[in-house]
Design a protein around this ligand. Structure first.
Ligand code: B1M
Length: 234
């Protein structure tokens, strides 16, 4: 590994494989500038933005998650890692959204009440925008009123909800039940996602689909929006 005179590693001198490993270490250590530099180098080496995202940033965050779970990393450290990941995502976001496709539909998305995790949601937004959707981001910690107001204002095709905690995922049912009470449930396609969810949970709470990851969110959205348009046309 090439060290510069100041003792820092010259990321440019690394092979792709070593660079990705180093980026995962840097993400782990919360080194935002280094992670951003790594992203730029991989892009300059003609890596697809989606590959940079999945192979370096998401894989790095997966490792952070394991050590967080095992009590090796704590909240302040994980916040730094999250911040470093966001730095990398900032560079990738416009590139993933660059397809220039005609608008495929509109989505309102937010993380549910009590939950402040937003990295996964932001990735979903990036991928949906890349697939031509207009996305309204409600941010984190959303009570049902926020979803209702956004549905009324933006009239989206899709309502997306994200939850990363087993304690906050039941709130998705509160939102869906409220849509049903207000007789607007059928006006939107409800997609849910987040690490602790699964298909059975989505079905049990009355969502239209569970999305395992951001790519699945795009595929599912495309399929369900097309189905809806066909139904409306027929
Ligand atoms: Co949190 N945290 N955290 N955390 N955190 C988890 C979720 C946890 C699994 C860690 C662990 O123990 N291994 C654990 C939850 C355990 C459980 O509920 N059973 C946990 C905990 C316990 C906590 C706190 C309670 C810790 C504490 O304070 N003691 C606390 C809760 C705060 C709160 O929300 N009220 C907390 C805090 C934090 C930080 C603030 C430090 C930070 C969040 C920073 C941020 O988001 N801005 C954080 C982080 C970073 C994590 C981990 C390490 C990483 C999450 C992440 O960003 N993953 C996480 C461990 C893990 O998941 N491995 C953990 C990367 C992201 C790309 O994946 O979010 O799964 P993910 O998103 C995917 C899919 O799930 C899907 O697509 C995304 C992209 O492919 N998806 C959707 C997600 N949302 C979707 C919505 C859709 C569709 C698909 O809509 C259509």
């Amino acid at each position: 590994m090439t060290e510069q005179s100041n003792g820092e590693i010259d990321l440019n001198s690394l092979s792709d494989e070593d660079l990705v490993k180093q980026m995962m270490d840097d993400l782990y250590d919360g080194l935002k500038d280094e992670v951003m530099e790594g992203v730029r180098i991989l892009l300059a080496r003609e890596w697809e933005p989606y590959r940079v995202l999945t192979d370096s940033l998401m894989e790095g965050m997966r490792i952070v998650g394991i050590d967080f779970r095992d009590g090796i990393l704590f909240v302040p450290e994980v916040l730094l890692s999250a911040n470093a990941m966001k730095g990398g995502m900032e560079i990738l976001r416009p590139l993933l959204a660059e397809t220039g496709a005609p608008k495929s539909g509109k989505m309102v998305i937010g993380t549910v009440k009590g939950d402040i995790h937003d990295i996964g949601k932001n990735l979903v937004i990036m991928m949906m925008e890349g697939a031509g959707y207009e996305v309204i981001d409600l941010g984190i910690n959303n009570p049902v009123e926020n979803y209702l107001a956004a549905i009324e204002e933006h009239k989206p095709d899709i309502l997306g909800m994200s939850a990363l905690l087993t304690t906050t995922m039941p709130y998705m049912k509160v939102v869906i039940d409220t849509l049903t009470e207000k007789e607007i449930r059928d006006d939107v396609i409800v997609l849910v996602g987040g690490a602790p969810l699964n298909e059975e949970f989505a079905k049990a709470i009355g969502a239209d689909a569970y999305c395992r990851d951001a790519a699945v969110a795009v595929d599912t959205a495309n399929e369900l929006v097309a189905r809806r348009h066909n139904r409306a046309a027929g």
